[in-house]
Structures are given as C-alpha cells and as structure tokens.
Design a protein. Structure first.
Length: 417
C-alpha cells in the first residue's frame, strides 16, 4: 500500500474499496442471459437514501481504510437515473472535501451501461462535468447477429410475463453501435464488455474482430456463471477461441488489441498454501439499494437471486452488522472449493461468482462453489495454450527472443466478477 501523498493523476494505486449504488432495477432491455431476474420499473433510489448511505460511509472512515474508492452505479440501466446520479456524485465530492476525507481526489465514478442513452443531452452533460473521474464501459456483444440474439428490447407484454416470438423480438445493436464513435472520442482507451452464453458461442471469433474494427482495442469477455451450458458447448467454445487466436496472431492484432480470453497467467495448478485468495471481492465490497439496505455485493440483493433470500448485512439507519458480514471475510479458494477443484491441474484463472455460489448451493451458504463453468474454463485453457504457443513461435521466427516477446504483446486485463 502506498502513502497518501503518492498521487497519480488524482488516483492512488493502493487497495480500492468498491461501493455500489443500485439506483434502479429498470432497464430498456430484456437480455436473455441477464442474472438480474427481478428487474422492475418500480424500485428506484431516492436522493435521500443515497445521501444517508454516503453520510454513513464518510462518518465511519475508520471502517473504510482502503486507499481509494470506486463509486459504482448499476441498474438495470444506470443512465435511466442520470439526474439522480449527478446529484449523488456532486454530494460525494462536496462531502469528501468538507470532511478532508482520505478518498478526496482518489476516487472513480464507474458505470457499465447498455449504451442506448449514451448520446443523450443529460448523459453528455454529466460526462463533461465529471469526466476526470469517470470510467464507463459499454456492453456491446459483437456483430449484429450475436448482439441481437440476446440483447433485445423489453416490451410491455414482457412485464406481464408474456414473451415475444423470436420473429417479434427487436434487437438493440443499431441503437448501441451508433454511439460507439462518440464513446471512443471521449474515452479512446475504453473497453467493451461482452457476455457469452450457450446460444451465441458460434459467433465469438467474428464478434471480437468486429469490435476491433469499430475501434475498440480492449474486449473484456466472459462466460455467464449460471448453469446454462449444454453438451458439446466446451468443444464449440474451444474451436471458436482457436479460430480467434489464429485471426489475432496471423492478422497482427496482438500488437495493439487485447482480448481477456487470452492471458498467460492461467491454466496451472495452484497451491492452497501460497495461492489461496478468493476470486470474488464479495464482503470487501459494499452495495446499497433503494430501500437503504446494505449487501456484501449486488449479487446478494433479491433481484439477483433465483432460489435464495437476499443476504442483507445492514442498512443506512443501523449500519453494518459485522456478524452478518463475517462469513465473507474468511472466504478463500480452499474453504469453498471441493477436492477436485483444489487438485485441478488447470485451476489458475478459473473464476467464480460468490453470489452464484450462494444461489446455486444446496443450503444457504457461501462456502459451496458453483462449478457450472468448469468445462468452459478447461476449454479456454486449451485454447489459451494454443494462442501463446503459436504467438511465441511466430515471434521467435521473426527473431524476437522469447524473454523479449512480452514487450511486443499487449496484456489483457484479468477477468472481474
């Protein structure tokens, strides 16, 4: 951890606290793979609840000792509540300054958005006002056919439980892609978020390349954690990633573009004595909803859960109940993994979601690891090994020593929950 005086463009590089405001549970879309099963148009945060949450956090500075903070805004679609968010951000800045808080000038406002409202006057005004502290990621799944397969517009009938026929579905690709040039002009190094489900595996390679063609240099792409995978999906997944690896290497994209599916740091066994950290940050993060309830992560709010009851760890009136938080503070890889996972020869880089662990568990526990993506991880490891072996062979043939190869390869970011 670094000292308070070591600023880097107003951002400290030590440990970071993530605090999430669930500002609305509404969204314009009804994405088929969305883990938010309880979205609705009624539950939205008030300014008063947000202020009370901020007041509690600032008043308990000694409980939040991380060097920096990420103020994360999610929905549904967060930009539906841009007026509220603007008020919250102003209030945060003022209160941090007033209290000479150690997070002053060491914070980020973070958004993942569907991108539909990105070019609206209100959103653009907000971006202009807070740009020096903003991090925005637009979700665009790739080509039109991949994106529109899952990311469809919500209809009034859907709110009544009536699903449209496939031919009646309206995709959102055109509504999002039109805003990408503006997005990249404001955030040239921005990334895109892509989600993979069973239905769209066949379009992975073409979709990543399509995003590159739009000018997006970094693609953060993940498989859903839920148990949606069918027989043979892992083989199709490996085939697509191998095809993508060929395209990236043969086309020279590796020099300037990144895809999070390919990283050197995965696919090796792990030693529980030396590499036993928890993948997920649940419990060390904090989320607050419209009712003022606190959660260890948004995935423990009721609208994120299919089978279990919400795991509330406190509220804006009574504060955080440390007893309800304690189970999360003892989590590590070995306390929640079965023996097969612990002894797995390719364990490194295998991700999990604490909320999905809880929701899929046999009992209301966070100590039972969900393994639905096991075969997908193993397929990714095989494709990843193919990628790096081919890339290093190419670089060696070009006269670049292996130890120097990393200097010619843009590193992809690690996956996040």
């Amino acid at each position: 951890m670094i000292g308070k005086d070591n600023h880097q463009n107003g951002w400290l590089t030590g440990q970071t606290k993530s605090i999430t405001f669930i500002v609305t549970k509404d969204c314009q879309l009804a994405c088929k793979y969305c883990y938010l099963v309880g979205k609705n148009s009624k539950e939205r945060m008030s300014g008063e609840v947000a202020k009370q949450a901020i007041d509690y956090i600032i008043a308990h500075e000694s409980d939040f000792l991380e060097e920096s903070v990420v103020w994360d805004f999610i929905g549904g679609e967060p930009f539906l509540e841009i007026n509220l968010i603007d008020q919250i951000c102003d209030y945060i800045k003022i209160e941090l300054f007033k209290h000479n808080h150690h997070w002053f000038n060491s914070f980020r406002f973070v958004f993942t958005t569907n991108g539909i409202n990105y070019n609206s006057d209100k959103v653009q005004s907000f971006i202009k006002k807070h740009k020096s502290h903003l991090n925005i990621t637009i979700t665009i799944d790739g080509t039109r056919r991949k994106h529109d397969l899952n990311r469809i517009w919500k209809t009034k009938e859907m709110e009544k439980g009536i699903m449209p026929k496939p031919e009646e579905e309206r995709g959102s690709y055109d509504d999002v892609v039109k805003n990408i040039p503006l997005y990249l002009s404001q955030f040239p190094n921005a990334s895109a978020k892509v989600t993979i489900s069973s239905a769209d595996i066949s379009y992975i390679s073409e979709s990543v390349l399509h995003l590159y063609s739009l000018g997006i240099h970094e693609v953060n792409i993940n498989c859903v954690f839920e148990d949606v995978w069918n027989e043979g999906d892992d083989l199709r997944f490996e085939e697509q990633l191998t095809e993508l690896a060929d395209a990236i290497i043969d086309g020279g994209y590796y020099k300037d573009y990144a895809c999070s599916f390919f990283t050197e740091h995965m696919g090796k066994p792990l030693d529980c004595k030396l590499q036993n950290q928890n993948w997920c940050g649940a419990g060390r993060m904090l989320a607050v909803d419209a009712a003022g309830n606190f959660y260890p992560c948004t995935r423990f709010a009721q609208y994120s859960l299919r089978e279990k009851k919400a795991w509330i760890i406190g509220n804006i009136h009574d504060g955080i109940d440390q007893n309800k938080l304690r189970p999360f503070l003892t989590l590590d890889r070995c306390t929640q993994s079965n023996q097969e996972c612990i002894e797995c020869e390719v364990a490194e880089g295998c991700a999990w979601c604490q909320g999905e662990n809880y929701d899929a568990a046999d009992t209301p526990t966070v100590y039972q690891r969900a393994t639905a993506i096991c075969k997908m991880h193993k397929a990714r490891v095989r494709a990843n090994n193919y990628y790096w072996n081919k890339l290093f062979r190419k670089l060696e043939l070009e006269g670049i020593a292996k130890e120097e190869a990393e200097k010619h390869v843009k590193k992809s970011n690690p996956e996040i929950c």
